[in-house]
Design a protein around this ligand. Structure first.
Ligand code: OXT
Ligand code: ADP
Ligand code: MG
Length: 574
């Protein structure tokens, strides 16, 4: 650390220091919100950032601050900033950093760290850890800054790494000593960089676009799959235009729901199995052929070989699971614009037999589900509870839906229609529990819209303490906990017959609503769909932090929701 004399001089304006250079570098790049947890060595940095007009949102645990930064990145295309203390705080933020990278969202984890000289000699410094080495494999890029004059460059590199190409997480390691280092104000200002064009367009090759259109145009049963990369790209109008002009049915991945409204005539969302099985040409736009799409092969893809077209900014994504016959490597906005430009007036929409078959299946599935959604059972089942949430989102399509759990997630995905882009935020590529409150907080802060977080009771438990954060910042968030007394179901029993409860079961009829009241928010105990509906509507109208404990039949769920098939089976019979 530099001495007090230098720090005082920094206040007079002759000198600046690491604290202020970092603040100025972030502000210069329009990064005006920080999500974090204070402590040594970044407490004063948080205070100074707040004093300088940055919004600093303090969490109860770094993982949720990190999740908030991650989803801020998805919503805004600017890297979300998470600030943590050294070693344990840094590690708490790491799950979110890795999750950001996995989901291709831009995020920067800035962590204070202990002194290099002591850490490198392993002499047992306060919170000693070689953080840079640990972060490296979990992010797109990791940088350590040792000199105040390099802060500008480091922030610029972090922004570029997070946003350009395939977006992802970046780690910035700032040893405590850096913050107090001083330099002349003018030189300091000159050392900062306003990043020009942080996510440069990647224009696809015209022949790649022509190849794709040729295959798509000749398909008998074409299908477009829209992924969260398409939602991230913010090319909403062109994507809609391309789908509509092509006349091709589309399947939205979970976080791409609402890119076109889910009740769009070309949506194949409610005919998922049929669409995947029967399509002969599949065009992926910002979606990977990972586990969520059964790697593009196997029984859910039917027997006939398919041709794949893929638009992705990451060339290495092509042929990762199956052959991609027509890769379009480029950013989605440029690629879709190029497709539209090259489509020509002679484009013929797919055979009515195909679009008709999809439509019929969609209508059958919707009709089959409709009566279940209208039930007013007590205790509620998933359909009854989500039926009212479906209606509420239809009335408030601008509201943001955060969703996690197993059954709570899977039922909500298929039941609750979305009407606008980037309004559904969920567990993403990893199926990770714990994103709930962090995502909800950032969604409220970044968009100013009402947020509805529909949470399994287990899922909620991962970030539940952050309802204090929600109350502290008085955010318009309504959390609905689907309380079925456990993970998947509340009915499991201990197979040994012993006194401990089953591994998946929680305290019966826990009152999550009272947790919210403890922090001054509104708590509601809802046993019927009508009560649930009323509680959410009141929360939206008042904008007050609310938690609705929605009592769900503990028998209603299934093991792992829709992905029970992923559980390994034992061959040992006991
Ligand atoms: O076409 P068909 O006929 O097949 O029908 C499909 C659609 O066409 C149709 N559909 C519709 N019908 C009518 N109307 C409409 N509008 C409509 N829309 C669609 O419905 C069906 C189904 O459609 P869907 O869902 O699109 O299709 P499908 O086949 O399911 O899609 C496949 C997938 C893979 C794309 C999809 O299932 C998917 O996206 N799945 C994601 C699953 C996921 O990520 N799950 C979370 C992880 S589970 C587990 O790991 C959990 N853990 C462990 C754990 C985790 N995850 N993380 C950490 C940090 N620690 C531990 C835990 C602890 S879950 C969990 C907690 C669970 O307990 P909770 O209390 O929180 O939750 P409850 O279960 O509620 O108790
Ligand atoms: P989903 O889970 O919805 O299927 P994925 O996260 O698997 O979506 O895939 C998103 C893909 O989108 C990633 O391969 C990523 O490289 C890509 N991507 C993200 N942003 C862009 C963009 N602006 N242009 C092109 N591709 C993008
Ligand atoms: Mg549950």
């Amino acid at each position: 650390m530099s001495n007090n004399a230098e720090t005082n001089e920094a206040d007079t304006g002759d000198l600046t220091d690491g604290f202020h250079l970092l603040i100025d570098a972030l502000k210069l790049n329009d990064l005006n919100t920080i999500y974090g947890v204070p402590g040594i060595p970044i407490t004063d940095f948080g205070r100074m950032a707040q004093a300088e007009g940055i919004r600093v949102i303090s969490f109860r645990h770094e993982q949720h601050a990190g999740n908030a930064a991650t989803i801020a990145g998805f919503l805004t295309q600017k890297p979300g900033i998470c600030l943590t203390v050294s070693a344990p705080g840094f590690l708490n933020g790491l799950t979110a950093l890795a999750n950001a990278t996995t989901n291709c969202f831009p995020m920067i984890l800035i962590s204070g760290s202990s002194e290099r000289e002591i850490v490198d000699l392993q002499q047992g410094d306060y919170e000693e850890m070689d953080q840079l080495a640990i972060a490296k494999p979990l992010c797109k890029a990791a940088f350590r800054v040792l000199h105040a004059e390099d802060i500008g460059i480091a922030v610029a590199r972090a922004i570029r790494a997070a946003c350009s190409g395939r977006p992802g997480g970046v780690y910035l390691d700032l040893p405590a000593k850096l913050f107090g280092q001083t330099m002349n104000v003018e030189d300091g200002a000159k050392s900062l960089i306003k990043v020009a064009d942080p996510a440069p367009c990647q224009i696809p090759a015209p022949e790649a676009v022509a190849r794709a259109l040729e295959i798509l145009g000749n398909a008998k049963r074409p299908l477009i799959i829209l992924g969260k990369g398409a939602a991230y790209a913010q090319a909403d109008d062109d994507i809609r235009k391309f789908v509509e002009q092509s006349g091709i049915p589309y399947l939205p991945m979970s976080m791409a729901k609402g890119l076109l409204p889910d009740d769009h005539v070309l949506s194949a969302g409610a005919a998922r199995s049929l669409a995947l099985k029967e399509a002969d040409v599949v065009m992926l736009i910002g979606a990977r052929l990972n586990w969520l799409l059964s790697h593009g092969k196997g029984k859910s893809w039917g027997v006939e070989p398919k041709k794949f077209i893929q638009i992705d900014i990451e060339p290495k994504e092509m042929d990762s699971n199956v052959e991609i016959t027509a890769p379009i490597v480029g950013d989605i906005a440029s690629s879709v614009a190029a497709l539209l430009a090259q489509m020509g007036d002679d484009w013929s929409t797919p055979p009515a037999e195909w679009t008709g078959a999809i439509r019929t299946k969609v209508e059958t599935n919707i009709e089959r589900m409709a009566p279940k959604l209208r039930n007013n059972n007590v205790p509620m089942d998933y359909h009854g509870a989500l039926g009212v949430i479906k209606s509420i989102i239809k009335e408030r399509p601008d509201a943001i839906l955060v969703n996690e759990g197993a059954n709570t997630l899977d039922f909500a995905r298929s039941i609750v229609d979305m009407y606008q882009p980037r309004k559904r935020l969920d567990v993403g590529t990893w199926g990770v529990m714990g994103i709930g409150m962090g995502f909800a907080i950032a969604a409220a802060i970044e968009t100013g819209k009402p947020v509805l977080a529909v949470e399994g009771d287990s899922a909620f438990g991962f970030s539940g303490m952050e309802i204090e954060t929600i109350c502290r910042y008085n955010l318009p968030i309504c959390v609905v906990v689907f309380n079925n007394n456990g993970i998947y179901r509340g009915t499991d029993t201990n197979p040994s017959g012993g006194d401990d409860v089953a591994t998946t079961v929680f305290v019966k009829d826990a009152r999550y609503d009272q947790m919210m009241e403890a922090f001054g928010g509104v708590g509601v105990y809802a046993t019927s769909p009508d009560e649930l509906s009323q509680a959410i509507k009141e929360a939206f109208a008042s904008g007050k932090p609310t938690l609705v404990n929605a009592v769900i039949d503990e028998n209603a769920g299934t093991e792992s929701g829709r992905i029970g098939n992923l559980n390994p089976q034992s061959v040992v019979k006991k």
